[in-house]
Design a protein around this ligand. Structure first.
Ligand SMILES: [Zn+2]
Length: 301
């Protein structure tokens, strides 16, 4: 069994969908090269799991990112998923990466029990979807909740009117999550069938709430769904793979330097004869001399 997977599921004939995600290697590789305190690692794991849970039902290829920014101990927390859809019917393989910026200096050991809003301080959470084709979308919600899942549930309720339940859990070597989401009812539904859907939604939430952290981390999707919802007809889609992959490149880094401007870059070159840029996500190091930058399109006077 592949250790890094996301699987969609549907309740037959009902306006409720869900997904289960498990990340091991991709989670550990996303944290490699960083030296974050355990609580930040755990939050990044939750970020990565939730970007996939939110993105897996999209109909088109897209990049989905979740960013929390604030004035607290954590200035930036970011998880990003590149969601792939293979038209040929082969297995989709999505990729993820993550980064955090912390207030310096920071004593990790003292902060292990802080809630999300205590860590982020005054701030917000932004969900950005950039489809390969079509318009960019961004939704924003205040980072005013004890946990990331509670914050995202607020977002779906307020901004999308999609009642959503999300459970996120991490261990030092794994991040896992469960999502169930109620879809809008069809326009012509009568009040009896709306009441029926309300009851079902409540029942599914009660059942989903019985999952233990251990079960979410240890059980495969099929066993977990049977354990939770065996009285309902559930269709499970094939598992889609997830890997760590950073989309940085020399070309893109040079583009970023071009945006900084020739004057500033020239000043840096005078100091060191080269400009060194490290990727914040994967720690890849890119070195640029003046002649290399000229080759890449930068025009010096
Ligand atoms: Zn990178």
């Amino acid at each position: 069994m592949h250790s890094d997977v996301i699987q969609r599921f549907y309740f037959s004939g009902q306006p409720v969908r869900g997904a289960i995600v498990k990340l091991q290697n991709s989670y550990i590789e996303s944290l490699n090269g960083h030296d974050y305190p355990p609580i930040v690692n755990a939050l990044l794991g939750e970020c990565l799991a939730s970007t996939l849970l939110m993105g897996v039902h999209l109909k088109h290829q897209a990049r989905l990112s979740l960013q929390a920014r604030g004035n607290g101990i954590i200035h930036l927390l970011m998880g990003e998923a590149q969601l792939k859809i293979n038209p040929g019917g082969e297995l989709n393989q999505h990729s993820i990466r993550a980064v955090a910026r912390l207030k310096d200096p920071y004593d990790a050991s003292a902060e292990a029990s802080l809630t999300l809003d205590e860590l982020i301080g005054q701030g917000h959470l932004a969900i950005t979807i950039e489809p390969e084709e079509g318009e960019r979308y961004q939704g924003i919600v205040e980072a005013k909740a004890a946990s990331l899942s509670a914050c995202l549930e607020n977002y779906f309720q307020q901004s999308e009117q999609l009642p959503t339940t999300m459970q996120l859990i991490t261990s030092p070597t794994m991040a896992a999550g469960l999502l169930i989401q109620r879809m809008p009812a069809a326009e012509d539904k009568n009040s009896a069938s709306v009441a029926q859907a309300d009851n079902l939604w409540e029942e599914l939430n009660t059942l989903a709430a019985t999952v233990s952290q251990n079960e979410l981390l240890a059980l495969d999707s099929e066993t977990l769904l049977y354990r939770l919802f065996h009285e309902h007809a559930v269709t499970l889609s094939p598992a889609e793979k997830v890997c760590f992959d950073c989309s940085c490149s020399e070309q893109r880094t040079a583009q970023a330097l071009l945006k900084i401007g020739v004057k500033e870059v020239s000043a840096l070159l005078k100091l060191d004869n080269e400009v060194v840029m490290d990727c914040e996500f994967c720690s890849a190091r890119y070195r640029f001399t003046q002649s290399k930058l000229q080759q890449l399109g930068m025009k010096f006077n």
